[in-house]
Write a protein that binds this ligand. Structure first.
Ligand code: HEM
Length: 151
């Protein structure tokens, strides 16, 4: 969404109530869930029941995750006239940012872990070699000393 979100009043939202065109309002955001109907883990039925309406109460009653709040931003097409950047709305913005941030951190740690594994692999390979050469050197030099002492 750009700087100036489109404003739709509830009577406009109420025109979008079908499986092929399904909008609802959550916390003053107008959400077009048409493409999300089949993906919704809670099923498409609940979304269709709330279509065209303010579904804030239903949405919050479920205790949706941060990721779900983040998805609201993805499907947002506008706002209702009373929309203010309240704390709730800001939390949704943060959830959206957080989802992106988490993906970024995850990639970072995956790369880090990978390095660690590679480093471990090298130690596992080199350490037995070092121990074996030490043992060999010890035996060999002890043998030499022994030989020198008998001479
Ligand atoms: C009337 C509005 C809504 C109702 C009544 C509703 C209901 C539900 C229910 C019952 C579940 C739980 C499914 C389970 O535990 O197996 C669920 C999960 C979920 N819903 Fe909704 N939902 C609504 C709107 C939305 C919207 C608009 C989005 C996002 C655009 C969304 C995203 C999710 C996600 C991602 C989950 C998976 C669990 C989680 O991450 O919280 N829902 N929903």
């Amino acid at each position: 969404m750009g700087g100036n979100p489109r404003v739709f009043d509830l009577s406009h939202v109420a025109l979008h109530t079908t499986r092929n065109d399904c909008w609802l309002v959550i916390n003053g955001r107008v959400i077009d869930v048409t493409k999300f109907l089949e993906e919704h883990p809670g099923g498409e039925e609940v979304l269709l029941e709330a279509a065209g309406k303010d579904a804030t109460k239903e949405f919050e009653a479920i205790g949706h995750s941060k990721a779900a709040y983040g998805l609201l931003l993805k499907y947002q097409v506008g706002v209702t006239p009373g929309f203010k950047h309240t704390n709730a709305a800001r939390a949704e913005d943060d959830a959206g940012e957080d989802t992106k941030a988490r993906a970024y951190v995850m990639t970072g740690s995956a790369i880090k872990d990978d390095k660690k594994i590679r480093c471990l692999g090298a130690i596992e390979f080199v350490l037995p070699l070092v121990v074996a050469s030490f043992a060999f050197w010890y035996r060999y030099s002890a043998g030499l000393t022994g030989m020198m002492m008998t001479e």
